[in-house]
Design a protein around this ligand. Structure first.
Ligand SMILES: NC(=O)c1ccc[n+]([C@@H]2O[C@H](COP(=O)([O-])OP(=O)(O)OC[C@H]3O[C@@H](n4cnc5c(N)ncnc54)[C@H](OP(=O)(O)O)[C@@H]3O)[C@@H](O)[C@H]2O)c1
Length: 292
């Protein structure tokens, strides 16, 4: 049996990858800051969820030993981007190289670039560079926004639409090409059978592009709360985000608004690699955005 270490693997995408790796007969170790939040993964027969500080280099070195595969998935939308998105991938890559781990896969984000408008996207680009400097053969995936049961995108909008009679929407014209969580997980696992994917970077997108306004309207229709959506101009989008920064667990920051200034869509004609077919949003979302 092969062994994998999935760092940041307890979250939305990591859980889908874990389920696939378990089916592919991998023994899987999933470090977490709080094991009790990852109970859903403890039922996977070959997965072991452990509490560990993955920022600690000695801990990382210990976790890497003897692994056939390491996946790097830690991502945040607010907070210390340098620590989570830049320093950590660098540490992971150095530890993986030192331990002789043969495959390293890293999840970045579509539109990551050194000159991107947001700290989130710039830090994702810097993290890719830090990772590649220590482990050039790493495979990097750059998904657009990811949808699926348990997502924090459409599900978040469904929650807002359920309570707000009118929705003042920041960045209504922001462009996305949402990709299904199972398609992202499938691409990650398929790359293991494609040695030519080492050292490559793959954008991951769904089959169609939407504006944020279209996605919110569609969510409202499916969740049984079709609302009037008022698109905010940029200055008011920043003001709304600024106010939300004072709300504990608030759904938006000014950095998120800056991220939405960069189109989150794939180059023409590109969706998934390795011959995989991208699943339409309309084939999946009605299964979890149900009227309540
Ligand atoms: N979801 C999307 O739409 C989307 C789109 C593009 C790219 N991505 C990227 O895909 C990756 C996975 O996203 P996701 O949606 O699955 O995220 P998620 O559900 O929020 O999961 C994040 C994971 O990172 C870990 N984590 C968060 N902050 C950490 C920290 N400071 N130190 C150590 N571990 C930390 C969490 O572990 P604990 O168990 O300790 O909480 C969890 O396992 C991220 O890199 C994200 O940037 C996501």
């Amino acid at each position: 049996m092969k062994t994998a270490l999935s760092i940041g693997g307890t979250g939305f995408l990591g859980s889908a990858i874990a389920r696939r790796l378990a089916r592919a007969d991998f023994a899987l170790t999933l470090p977490t800051r709080r094991r009790e939040r990852s109970k859903h993964l403890t039922t996977l027969p070959t997965a072991s969820v452990i509490e560990a500080d993955v920022h600690d280099e000695a801990t990382l070195a210990r976790l890497m030993a003897g692994r056939d595969l390491v996946i790097s998935l830690v991502g945040i939308l607010k907070g210390d981007f340098r620590r989570a998105h830049v320093e950590l991938p660098g540490k992971i890559a150095r530890a993986a190289a030192a331990a002789g781990v043969p495959r390293l896969i890293h999840i970045s984000a579509l539109a990551a670039a050194a000159d991107a408008p947001s700290n989130y996207l710039r830090s994702k680009a810097a993290g890719e560079a830090a990772l590649k400097a220590a482990y050039p053969a790493a495979t990097i995936f750059r998904p657009s926004v990811i949808f699926g049961r348990g997502d924090s995108f459409l599900t978040l909008f469904a929650g807002l639409l359920a309570v707000a009679p009118v929705v003042p929407l920041a960045c209504p014209g922001a462009r996305f090409q949402p990709v299904w969580v199972e398609d992202v997980a499938a691409a990650v696992v398929a790359s293991l059978d494609h040695p030519e994917s080492q050292g490559q970077t793959y954008p991951l997108c769904g089959p169609r592009e939407y504006t944020l306004r279209e996605l919110v309207a569609y969510t409202g229709k499916l969740s049984g709360h079709p609302r009037t959506v008022i698109g905010l101009p940029l200055a008011l989008s920043y003001l709304q985000a600024f106010m939300m920064e004072f709300v504990p667990g608030g759904p938006m920051t000014r950095d998120n608004v800056r991220s939405m200034q960069a189109p989150n869509v794939c180059p023409a004609g590109c969706t998934l690699p390795f011959g995989l077919a991208a699943t339409p949003l309309e084939a999946v979302a009605p299964g979890y955005l149900i009227p309540k």
